[in-house]
Write a protein that binds this ligand. Structure first.
Ligand code: ARG
Length: 612
């Protein structure tokens, strides 16, 4: 690829590995040299940390081995010095010419991100809202993590299907529909809150065995499975029976019932779209492919498992068994009904065999871990772990953690109810607006004198950016405490801190009155050096987010680049410097930093206000 900038780390690693081969023999050519950006410039630009480990393995003195490796390494003009330090580290300092060349090469529209030529699409299963229920914070995580991963894959040139696997079919929906129709509510004017209440009522009407449900909640994951178990526990209650009849009528295509069903969907989704819009995610009606989409494919899926003898009867039900565990996967109930897992198998078939995706990523909370393990294993048994052109499919469940309140328990409102996503977003927006309004009162502020409307837009960008950054900057599988004060702060590892740096650079560039920033880059001071070293990592950071599915790596890096820029800006005058060449170089570095940060924040789905 010509438009690729190699992170110097790769060049250094390559040279170390070649030296391993020369010094220790070919069998060591792939040992990891563990090259890291130095934390302190007195240790050079990069440190090679892997020699000690290798020395132990080959039973040599680490320092002596390091000397031999340095001797054998050939970095030509790339590096200025290679020095053995401490017990066997090697410090590498690059020549300024190398840094200038790489930095100028990166200053192109792709910003040094290698473009993939893999033509298989990727499916990302995200959001997954349930009809008749309001979005809550769990959906926030699924939606923004999934959207960010989708953006990253698109950025490296992959085609992505964002799949919103709505819970819009099956017994839970039939229950609420039956309940609403029996109470005679007007479905044309029903609000989402009423719908949500009706949903809860409907699910609990048929619940007579509290213990049964508790067991279900303890051992199972997700509303669907709870309902499935609840159903088994509570026996054939009248409400249950009526819901089943409703479901059968729906499945048979009863047009009145289908039109009522559509009204529930519209009411739910209208509310959902408002939140998605506020969240600045690329998710809309065209990404909806819910459970109902698969409703006519379920019989076929089950037949495929029966025909290949992968499914067996078990007390009238149909299950898929696995060699290494007792827990089977239920794919058809004893009454002939299909369940959540059946639909998910149909979705796997569709995604791998029809859309031909070679990667399917499920951003669904940790409680559904077993469900996805079973699904992926069942898919492998039947061969849907290969696309039709025999490419291996990589299935991944991202079992993200919970959002906790200050008491370290799942986030709840003061009265103890679940926090709805819309209330959370509105609060963040109000906080963002209050913060930017307060700052705008200072005459020196960029936002001084702005209209309330402009401040509202910026406030929304700050508030939403704060929430998203705080969420994505955590290791995905960990729980985290929702702390609005910390998230919205302009200091620390926060979204607003990074957004603010960007706005400051924009105003610096504006003040320069330049229109193009193409002077030669000069890397002279330690701060310029550090900024360039960090900038050069961008392409690799984006690739590793795609590889490890960890957006927090990008957040960490964005914070690092912002810190590096702020030190540069403090130490190196830009507009006030007399030398035109240095001024031009610093302006170009500032503009490149701004573009990289805007691009990186965009991969997180975070907007950058022009002024803050
Ligand atoms: N609607 C589901 C729930 O709330 C989430 C859907 C996740 N996606 C999937 N393919 N199962 O539990």
């Amino acid at each position: 690829m010509q438009n690729m900038t190699k992170d110097p780390k790769q060049t250094i690693s390559g040279a170390v590995q070649a030296a391993f081969s020369l010094v220790l023999g070919n069998q060591h050519k792939d040992a990891d040299p563990v090259v890291r950006l130095s934390q302190n410039s007195k240790f050079g630009d990069y440190q090679i940390n892997g020699i000690m480990g290798l020395a132990k393995k080959v039973n040599q003195n680490p320092r002596e081995l390091a000397e031999k490796i340095v001797e054998a390494m050939d970095l030509g003009e790339f590096a200025q010095s290679l020095e053995v330090a401490g017990p066997g580290f090697i410090n590498v300092t690059l020549t300024s010419a190398t840094l200038v060349k790489l930095c100028e090469e990166m200053d192109i529209p792709t910003l040094g991100i290698l473009q993939s030529n893999d033509s298989h699409p990727i499916a990302i299963d995200l959001c997954g809202v349930n009809v008749a229920k309001q979005l809550h914070v769990g959906h926030l995580r699924s939606t923004i993590i999934g959207d960010s991963l989708a953006r990253v894959f698109e950025r490296i040139g992959r085609r992505v299907y964002r799949e919103n696997h709505l819970g819009d079919w099956g017994l839970p929906i039939a229950k609420v529909l039956e309940n609403l129709l029996s109470t005679g509510v007007d479905l044309d004017t029903i609000s989402i809150e009423q719908l949500n209440t009706a949903y809860k009522d409907a699910q609990f009407i048929s619940k007579d065995d509290v213990r049964g449900l508790e067991t279900a909640q303890n051992i199972c994951a997700g509303p669907h499975r709870i309902i499935e178990l609840e159903e088994q526990n509570s026996g054939a209650l009248p409400a249950q029976e009526r819901a089943k009849t409703t479901l059968v009528r729906l499945q048979q295509g009863d047009s009145d019932l289908l039109s009522s069903w559509q009204k529930l969907i519209d009411c739910t989704m209208n509310e959902v779209y408002i939140s998605l819009d506020l969240l600045n995610v690329k998710l809309g009606s065209k990404h909806n492919r819910g459970e109902s989409f698969y409703r006519d494919r379920l019989g076929d899926v089950v037949d495929k498992f029966v025909d290949t003898k992968l499914a067996q009867e078990d007390e009238g039900a149909l299950v898929v068994r696995f060699k290494n565990r007792k827990r089977p996967l239920l794919i058809r109930k004893s009454d002939g009904g299909f369940i959540y897992a059946t639909t998910d198998l149909a979705a796997i078939y569709f995604r791998t065999q029809e859309l031909k995706c070679d990667r399917v990523i499920y951003v669904v909370d940790a409680r559904q871990r077993d469900h996805f393990k079973d699904l992926f294993d069942a898919a492998a048994l039947i061969g849907w772990n290969k696309t039709p052109d025999s490419t291996d499919v990589d299935f991944k469940h991202i079992p993200f953690g919970s959002v906790l309140g200050e008491n370290k328990k799942p986030l709840k409102t003061r009265s103890g109810s679940t926090v709805t996503l819309s209330s959370l977003l509105n609060e963040a927006i109000a906080r963002g607006k209050a913060e930017v309004t307060r700052r705008s009162e200072d005459e020196k502020s960029q936002t001084y004198g702005m209209s309330s409307e402009e401040l509202s837009t910026i406030g929304r960008q700050i508030g939403i950016g704060a929430i998203k950054y705080a969420d994505l900057s955590n290791d995905l599988v960990s729980d985290y405490v929702f702390d609005m004060d910390r998230m919205i702060s302009f200091e620390g590892n926060t979204g607003p801190y990074i957004q603010y740096a960007c706005a400051r650079i924009a105003s610096l560039l504006e003040k320069s009155k330049e229109t193009s920033f193409s002077s030669s880059i000069i890397v002279d001071t330690p701060q310029e050096r550090q900024l360039v070293l960090v900038l050069l990592q961008y392409g690799n950071v984006v690739q590793s987010v795609a590889k490890h599915l960890e957006p927090h790596l990008l957040c960490l890096w964005l914070h690092e680049v912002t810190v590096a820029f702020n030190s540069f800006y403090q130490a190196c005058p830009v507009l006030k410097v007399d030398d035109g060449a240095i001024r031009g170089s610093r302006l170009r570095l500032s503009e490149l930093t701004r573009r990289v940060i805007v691009d990186g924040l965009d991969l997180l789905g975070i907007e950058v206000p022009k002024k803050m």
